[in-house]
Design a protein around this ligand. Sequence first.
Ligand code: ACK
Length: 304
Amino acid sequence: DVDHEKHSDLPFFDLSVILKATDQFSSSNKLGEGGFGPVYKGMLKGGQEIAVKRLSKESSQGLDELKNEFIFIAKLQHRNLVKLLGCCIQGDESMLVYEYMPNKSLDVFLFDQTKSMLLDWQKRFNIINGIARGLLYLHEDSRLRIIHRDLKASNILLDSEMNPKISDFGLARSFGGNETEAQTRRVVGTYGYMSPEYAVDGLFSVKSDVFSFGVLVLEIVSGKKNRGFTHSEHGLNLLGHAWQLEKEGRSLEVADPTLDIDFQTAEVLRSIQVGLLCVQQNPEDRPNMSSVVFMLRNEAESGE
Ligand code: ACK
């Protein structure tokens, strides 16, 4: 498996190194607020740029989430997962240190009018594919078998070439053996991306991640944020629109029609169809991630 390389020696950074790299967590270095605390940009002595997730002291659930993230992500290496460089636990400071992603999150790109123009269809399709592969690795690699549980546009980071990397493993859970489904009383995640069975009954499985992935796909194709349980309706509108345009022999501009995007019909239709399959009400009707990757790849290769 070329995507997988083992994390052999994950370093423990000295607090003084991190303080220096982040300019003592100065406010001008702050990237934003993450699940369990603020995230700062920094630079190591050798020039490598880093992002430091610092546990905020008010966050009671935070330490659990930080540990959870460390335990899970330390085991993983894949080109579509954000890379953990190490951690720093000293005194009352707990931090995780990541490679810095210069293009921030997909959320920022997708829903900002000027930035979204930079996302042509090729890039969008590459992002959809990358997320699918990262998720497939989490779900089906026998060493991992991880459910992310909080897949959403703001948890997808973009590298300098606009390749997507899944981040934020604070809520991830692993499932062992034959176990495919679990239930929780504390429903955590993000409304709009949550599958109905998870939002209503707290039931989660790989299929709840598949649902969130479907929402993401429809958002990436349409450039529009989804809210609530109207995804399939939204997706069907898109699909109908795309087919209509195709019949009329016009180029597809499924996203904002004011954007001048050169859409490739087959890939757009395929992506919308995959998105729609993923957001079906019944978890058993949704495909697993290997089918998703297969369906997407099929089209990408025959389209070339
Ligand atoms: O959407 P953003 O700009 O990208 O705001 C969030 C914020 O920190 C809280 O999660 C950003 N962020 C998180 N990890 C990284 C990273 N490795 N590189 C760059 N930005 C990051 C994220």
